[in-house]
Design a protein around this ligand. Structure first.
Ligand code: PLP
Length: 446
């Protein structure tokens, strides 16, 4: 096994400082991932998935796939495949365990290296410990501390370096070369694809008469494996891929006919922010996908909220995009159909979750913001508060402004944030206030 001390800390930064840029670029061009070759992409086969299912049967959970209470509300016979219940909180364990198990004795002794901001790293670190294989993960500086700590708790070598995942990948590949570690791409290594495909086999067993399956797409490893499993056994099942509108890299690849770079901006669905989809994943998945949709951030927040409130499920942004696509009205053709949505991960930071819930409430019209000008004489503000509370609405925030308002000197402008029962009650409040006061500005922008 490799000495972990040589990999600790942040050597990349030092190496980068010492190496002139042109040398870095030269060494970079040699850093090719032999398993993911753009000039020779590999299409995986159904047999790879069944082999994976057999190998990982004792080490990865068969998660429930149950009918959702949201079915009636959304007019779809909806089932959720609950991959967020995996031990490390995502489907990534399937591919990670299979890939580790497929290494030969020498490779297992040498150890592996990967770059990931989250779920792939967690899955590898946990199964590496289980299988006694040394794991090195390079995580970008933006990786949530909680995930970094969790990886360390599994005894892995965790290096935090790189301003984004591509810088971390560069470093991971360099380490692989220097120390003889096998580099495992989390969405494109053929064994990763085969492992992820096992989720498709389980879905078919659990909901044999499904009409469609909605699958979130990042680097496309999950959709490649799952679509192959499903279409091989039930070709009539519709495969629908979902991306965040902040990084529609698979849709761009479909247009271009090959993986292309797509700029990614910050998103709630951080697991899907992969600027260039995998080359093996693309050739495997592209012919099997019936439709690709992109969802916005509001719908993702709303989907997370619905899952917490109605399913008692804590799901991260990437994992909630399948439901977001239905909520956003992107898939009207699925009305009345039996549909499986993969809830593929649950690793959301607690601080982030609080903010997302607020955004979800706002998107749902239950958290509203308005400005109203009321009398500044005694009782003016009390009267406003009374009007709100009499309707059973909760006043969350109130801010008064006097100095800059242009109306009469005995007026005060009050900015309020209130929480209502539903969007209808918010509308009711708006009309009550408009009736009572001359100046009401409704909504988020003033
Ligand atoms: C929770 C979650 N969902 C979906 C995905 C997308 O998977 P893939 O990159 O295989 O498309 C990821 C990737 O990290 C993820 O973490």
């Amino acid at each position: 096994m490799m000495a972990s001390s040589s990999l600790d800390g942040e050597p990349a930064t030092q190496v980068d400082k010492e190496e002139p840029k042109f040398m870095r670029q030269m060494s970079m061009s040699n850093l090719k991932d032999e398993f993911c070759d753009p000039d020779n992409p590999k299409k995986i086969q159904f047999e790879d998935i069944s082999a994976a299912a057999y190998k990982i049967r004792d080490g990865v959970m068969k998660t429930p796939c149950t009918r959702s209470r949201l079915s009636g509300l959304l007019g779809v016979d909806l089932f959720f495949k609950k991959e967020f219940l995996q031990f490390t909180g995502s489907f990534k364990e399937r591919g990670a365990r299979y890939t580790l198990m497929m290494l030969n004795k020498e490779q297992k002794e040498g150890g592996v290296v990967a770059a990931s901001a989250g779920n792939h790293a967690l899955a590898l670190c946990y199964h590496g410990k289980e299988l006694n294989i040394s794991i090195t993960v390079v995580m970008p500086k933006i990786a949530p501390l909680m995930k970094v700590q969790a990886c360390r708790s599994y005894g892995a070598n965790v290096i935090v370096t790189g301003k984004d995942i591509s810088e971390s990948r560069e470093h991971a590949m360099k380490l692989g070369k220097q120390h003889g570690l096998i580099y495992i791409n989390g969405y494109d290594h053929p064994h990763i694809l085969a492992g992820q495909g096992t989720v498709g086999l389980e879905i078919l067993e659990q909901v044999p008469d499904l009409d469609a399956c909605i699958i979130p797409v990042g680097g496309a490893g999950l959709i490649a494996g799952a679509a192959l499993a499903i279409k091989s056994l039930k070709p009539a099942v519709q495969i629908i891929g979902v991306e965040s509108e902040t990084c529609p890299s698979f849709s761009a690849a479909m247009k271009a006919g090959k993986p292309v770079y797509t700029n990614a901006t910050s998103t709630l669905a951080d697991g899907l922010a992969v600027p260039t989809v995998g080359v093996n994943a693309y050739v495997t998945a592209a012919p099997l996908i019936d439709k690709m949709v992109v969802v916005d951030e509001q719908s993702i927040a709303l989907a997370i909220l619905r899952l917490i409130e109605l399913e008692k499920a804590v799901v991260e942004g990437a994992g909630a995009t399948g439901l977001a696509a239905i909520i956003q009205g992107m898939l009207p053709e699925l009305a009345g159909k039996r549909v499986v949505v993969i809830l593929c991960g649950g690793n959301i930071d607690t601080t982030c979750l609080g903010r997302v819930i607020e955004r979800g409430l706002a998107a749902d019209g239950r958290l509203v913001r308005f400005v109203v000008t009321v009398s500044d004489r005694p009782g003016g503000i009390t009267e406003l508060a009374r009007t709100i509370s009499k309707m059973g609405i909760s006043l969350k925030d109130m801010y008064h402004e006097r100095a800059w308002i242009k109306s009469d000197i005995f007026s005060v402008q009050v900015k309020c944030v209130v929480e209502t029962r539903d969007a209808e009650q918010s509308k009711e409040l708006e009309s009550v206030l408009r009736e009572k006061y001359d100046h009401v500005v409704w909504g988020p922008v003033h």
